[in-house]
Write a protein that binds this ligand. Sequence first.
Ligand code: ZN
Length: 156
Amino acid sequence: MTNEEKEAKIAATELLSATRPLMGDVPPVSLGVICKVLGIEVYAMPCSSFGAVFSRKPTLFILANSNLKPGRFRFSVAHELGHFTLAHPSSFILADGKRVQGDARLERQADIFASELLLPESLLREDLKRGGVSASDLSKRYRVSRQALDIKLRTL
Ligand SMILES: [Zn+2]
């Protein structure tokens, strides 16, 4: 893991510990609570060209694609939260509705952040240690896609 990836993971862990008292029993992590604490409005609308974007102006907001399945939707919002928390530049949408491709390193950082935010390693390890849970149970418990879960499990 590169230093940038570690930085993303630490940022997610810090955000989780700051908001955990408000979140009640986790998992699943409440993105609603986290966005509220950070003062970020989340809007959902159907679109075909991007998962989610975020902006600091005119207000802090994340716009996410409501066509996504719940797990993918949550990951997209968490990814944008990563860009915000890690002080990356806002995303831009072009006139044709496509978003500007971000820097691959920043995208990777936002993905690592999202993965740790939704699937905190410490909680996941406890669940795995306890045993008797299938991957399908875990993806439901954490409200993530199987793909996001499988990727995370490979890093443990
Ligand atoms: Zn991104």
